[in-house]
Design a protein around this ligand. Structure first.
Ligand code: SF4
Ligand code: SF4
Length: 216
C-alpha cells in the first residue's frame, strides 16, 4: 500500500499535546514499511526487541483475527497478540519519539496532528492496511510458533483470558485504578464476545473467584 500524500510533522503541536498517541501504544507498521519478509530478515528484525506481533480484531475481516507488526510497548513481549496497551517503549516524556519521521512506522507517521485532544485522522485507510497484512498471516503465525511453541489462535485465546482476568480483577477491586489501556480492553470486550465468549468468561470468573477467596 502506497500513499503519496505528504506526512505532516508538527513538533510544536505534538509537544503541546505531550505525545498522547505514543503514550497509548506503540504505533503500527503497514506492509510496505517492512523491507524484507525473508525468514532470516524478519527473525533479525523481531530479535532486535523493538517490534511485536499484534492481533487485531476488526469488522473489516468479519471479526476474525489479523496479525500485524507494531512498535513494541513497555513491558510487552515479541508476541503481544492481546493485552492492555501501554506506551511505546521508544517514547520518552523528555524527547518524544527518537525516530526521524521517515523511519517511524507509517501508522504513527501518518497521523495528522491537529488541535483535537487526540488525533484520529490518518493518511492511511485502516481497512486497506489490515487487508494488506492478510498475505503475511502464515509467516507471522510461523514466528508466533517459534517464539511461543504454540499456534497463533491458541496464544490469542490464552492472552485474552489472562488480560480479561487482570483487567476484571482490577476493575472489581477499584475501577478508578484502571489505566487507559485497561479501560480500552473493557470497551472492546462486547464486540469480541461472539467469537471469544468462553475465554472472556474464564478470565472474568477467575478474577471473581480469587477476589472471593481473598475476602474469606
Ligand atoms: S500526533 Fe496527535 S496525538 Fe500524537 S503527539 Fe502529535 S498531536 Fe499528540
Ligand atoms: S515509534 Fe515513535 S511515533 Fe511510533 S509510537 Fe513509538 S515513539 Fe510514537
Amino acid at each position: 500500500m502506497e500513499n503519496n500524500e505528504q506526512k505532516i510533522e508538527n513538533n510544536s503541536l505534538c509537544a503541546k499535546c505531550g505525545g498522547l498517541c505514543c503514550q497509548k501504544s506503540g504505533c503500527g507498521f503497514i506492509v510496505s514499511d517492512i523491507k524484507s519478509f525473508k525468514f532470516a530478515d524478519m527473525k533479525a528484525l523481531l530479535d532486535e526487541g523493538n517490534i511485536s506481533i499484534k492481533a487485531v480484531f476488526t469488522p473489516y475481516r468479519a471479526n476474525k483475527m489479523t496479525m500485524v507488526l507494531k512498535m513494541r510497548s513497555v513491558d510487552k513481549e515479541v508476541v503481544d497478540l492481546f493485552s492492555a496497551s501501554t506506551a511505546c517503549k521508544l517514547w520518552t516524556r523528555e524527547k518524544g519519539c527518537p525516530l526521524p519521521l521517515e523511519l517511524r512506522p507509517s501508522l504513527g507517521a501518518g497521523l495528522i496532528p491537529d488541535l483535537q485532544e487526540e488525533c484520529s485522522r490518518n493518511l492511511y485507510d485502516i481497512e486497506e492496511v489490515i487487508n494488506d497484512w492478510e498475505k503475511h498471516q502464515d509467516s507471522l503465525a510461523k514466528f508466533v510458533k517459534i517464539y511461543t511453541g504454540k499456534k497463533a489462535r491458541d496464544v490469542y485465546e490464552e492472552q485474552i483470558e489472562v488480560t480479561c482476568y487482570k483487567v476484571y480483577k482490577k476493575f472489581l477491586k477499584d475501577r478508578k485504578s484502571l489505566t487507559l489501556g485497561e479501560s480500552e480492553i473493557l470497551k472492546s470486550i462486547p464486540c469480541m464476545e461472539t467469537e471469544f465468549k468462553d475465554v472472556i468468561l474464564l478470565g472474568k470468573y477467575r478474577a471473581i473467584k480469587e477476589l472471593n477467596e481473598e475476602k474469606i
